[in-house]
Write a protein that binds this ligand. Structure first.
Ligand code: ARG
Length: 465
């Protein structure tokens, strides 16, 4: 038998390989809720416009509700022979309500249908990702408040550079997550237009009301051009771009956790909940979750690349290539969601080794800049000269294998006679971070006030919900 949804002009059934390459139900079954919502909006509009009868629309609506609950409780048989979610739903609808089911597809096509469904799906993804990122930010802010004055080494080139506070480091990721959320929101704004009613590509001769279906589905307006409506996948690409950048942030943080938990560094300890053991080495505590967050970034970037490549040569309007938009994107979004949640969990229960952090912060003459700044401020020395003098003092300390604050004052004075014992006040890691009060700097009081401001902002968002 030929396909019962489109087989009118066919006398043979498709080859098995044809069916295999064409079928999309394994992926687009995840659009069932969106597909049914869009069909309900379409049927109600058709009745309002007098295109189908009110009683047909009522039966269609009831039938669709039945299907929704059948799928919800796992009592729906998805058939590969019916290709995709649209035809699976419609076929079941015709089992349930008979010929009226055939009226649902008036003035629409699977092309505008799938574009609508996937927009709704991606919109949900954006909203879920936003909530996950807000929870990630909250976890960071909580820990930043707790560790506003905990000193750790700040790095450039992964070399100890200047002391910073752990709270300040955590707040850096709050800023990144804020930009990520902004990118998702930007994508959402452009995404939120309805393709439904564009039909196959050219619009329809039926007197439909696209504004009504757009409104019913929470879209801001219908898309203005029917060719664009069925063939645009920018909304997936934009959301995947935001997702890829966000995944990169998660990955960078995950990499830091991997470094920090290495016994060679030992600055933090992950909880048992976010570590695994080794089957052969009983002492091991492996940061697998962080490593997998790092790796999952590949899936997200891969999904973006994959879809850019699918789209790059496609003429208008709908091409079947576009069916390949969903699998990678869905997997990429799921990977990102898991990555954000894993990072949130790790942030919540990681334990910094404060003594080790502080000791590491002082290593490698990390307060040398503070000494140079002191020479500039107190002795009015030009910074370049102060840099040079400090360099000589650091070399002297290194010769005797002592820290800067351990170097006898006399030795410093041998290099620069005007140095007084006052200098000792700026050489500790605590005084170093305390002095960094410039806007955006690492001073504990800055960190506390920034963290508090974030806490307030996040709470306000939750209230507005
Ligand atoms: N399964 C298809 C997709 O995901 C639905 C649209 C099919 N349209 C068509 N004309 N065959 O893109």
């Amino acid at each position: 038998m030929s396909n019962k949804m489109w087989g009118g002009r066919f006398s043979e059934r498709p080859d098995e390989i044809m069916e295999e390459i064409n079928v999309s139900i394994d992926v687009d079954r995840h659009l069932f809720a969106q597909d049914i919502a869009a069909s309900k909006a379409h049927a109600a509009m058709l009745a309002n416009q007098g295109i189908i009868t009110a009683s047909d629309a009522k039966n269609i609506g009831k039938g669709l509700d039945t299907i929704l609950s059948e799928i919800g409780r796992g009592g729906f048989e998805f058939k590969r022979a019916l290709e995709d979610i649209h035809m699976n739903v419609e076929s079941r609808l015709s089992d349930l309500i008979g010929p009226a089911a055939g009226r649902l597809h008036t003035a629409r096509s699977r092309n505008d249908q799938v574009a609508t469904d996937f927009r709704l799906f991606v919109r949900d993804v954006i909203d879920e990702t936003d909530a996950a990122l807000a929870a990630f930010q909250q976890a960071l802010v909580d820990r930043a408040l707790e560790h506003a004055a905990t000193v750790m080494p700040g790095f450039t080139h992964l070399q100890t550079a200047q002391p910073v506070t752990f709270g300040h480091h955590l707040l850096a990721y709050v800023e990144m997550a804020a930009r990520d959320r902004g990118r998702f929101q930007d994508a959402r704004k452009r995404l939120n237009e309805s393709p439904l009613g564009a039909a196959a590509l050219a619009g329809t001769s039926f007197p439909i009301d696209r504004h009504a279906t757009a409104k019913a589905l929470g879209f801001d307006r219908p898309m203005a051009n029917s060719l664009d409506a069925v063939s645009d996948r920018d909304f997936v690409l934009e959301t995947l771009s935001a997702a890829a950048i966000c995944a990169v942030h998660m990955s960078r943080f995950a990499e830091e956790i991997v470094i920090w938990t290495s016994p060679l560094v030992g600055m933090i300890r992950l909880s048992d909940k976010f570590t695994t053991g080794s089957s052969i080495m009983p002492q091991k505590r492996n940061p697998d979750a962080a490593e997998l967050v790092r790796a999952k970034t590949g899936r997200v970037i891969g999904a973006l690349n994959g879809l850019l490549i699918v789209m790059k040569g496609l003429p208008l309007a709908y091409q079947k290539d576009m069916q390949e938009d969903k699998q990678g994107a869905m997997e990429g979004f799921a990977a990102l969601s898991l990555a954000i949640r894993a990072m949130t969990g790790m942030v919540r229960d990681l334990v910094p080794d404060e003594a080790k952090m502080k000791a590491a912060a002082g290593e490698g003459y990390a307060t040398a800049t503070d000494l140079a700044d002191w020479l500039v401020r107190t002795l009015k020395m030009p910074f370049r000269e102060a840099h040079h003098v400090t360099g000589r003092i650091v070399a002297k300390a290194a010769e005797g294998s002592v820290a800067l604050h351990e170097l006898p004052l006399k030795e410093m004075q041998a290099i620069e006679p005007k140095i007084t014992k006052d200098v000792l006040g700026v050489l500790s890691v605590e005084s170093s971070v305390k002095s960094r009060t410039s806007f955006g700097g690492t001073a504990p009081k800055n960190v506390t006030s920034q963290a508090k401001a974030w806490a307030k902002r996040l709470e306000k968002e939750r209230k507005l919900g």
